[in-house]
Design a protein. Structure first.
Length: 211
């Protein structure tokens, strides 16, 4: 058990920050820790897609003494929605959300993924569905808009609370927890940070007990 101060070295980014919330890296970069436990996945930075809460969540987890390694990934194509999203979700207009093979590999090597995708309910649902269709990982969904497990299950996303019918399951990964009310571009409140930290701690303890 360490006594006194414990020093942590954090590789914050690969490139310069940009725009509002520029404390985090540009798109397509990742800050990695020595042991891949938790990864916080953020949208690509832009005028409407502010990545700021991702840095706050990452540093907040560390400051609260979470004894796990935490990485941050800024997606290269994190804006818009996947091409296979229905038109009602804006599926074919503007930027298309997607993942590269490298990003899938980076996410999957972690035990838990915290997914932050903004303030449009249909966009959040389809981005989460797309990521978990490609990545077999336990996920904590963080959003500004209110969403629930039924919203995700209707689109074939496996969740810890509501499961889609067996013939409609579209994901390998599973949503284990949802934290809504985290405003993009602003530091999360103590209450919301506590919800995120509690969700991560419960999942890590559960995985450690199974291992």
């Amino acid at each position: 058990m360490p006594i006194g101060r414990v020093t942590q070295v954090v590789d914050c980014r690969e490139a310069m920050g940009m725009g509002k919330g520029g404390g985090i890296a540009q798109r397509g970069t990742i800050s990695e820790c020595r042991y891949p436990d938790v990864i916080v996945v953020g949208m690509s930075p832009g005028r409407r897609h502010v990545t700021k809460p991702v840095c706050d969540i990452t540093s907040g987890l560390r400051q609260q003494g979470v004894e796990y390694s935490i990485s941050t990934l800024v997606l290269n194509a994190g804006s818009g929605v996947p091409k296979d999203a229905p038109k009602i979700a804006g599926g074919v207009i503007g930027a298309s959300f997607g993942l590269s093979d490298k990003e899938v590999m980076q996410i999957e090597k972690h035990k838990i993924a915290i997914l932050h995708h903004g303030n449009v309910r249909s966009h959040v649902v389809h981005k989460v569905r797309f990521i978990l269709a490609n990545c077999d990982v336990k996920a904590v969904v963080v959003s500004q808009c209110p969403i629930d497990y039924e919203d995700l299950a209707k689109e074939g996303v496996k969740t810890a609370v509501v499961m889609p019918p067996a013939d409609r399951i579209r994901t390998k990964g599973t949503v284990m927890s949802i934290v809504s009310g985290v405003t993009r571009g602003q530091t999360p409140t103590r209450e919301k940070m506590a919800e995120v930290i509690s969700s991560v701690m419960k999942l890590m303890k559960k995985k450690d007990s199974l291992e």
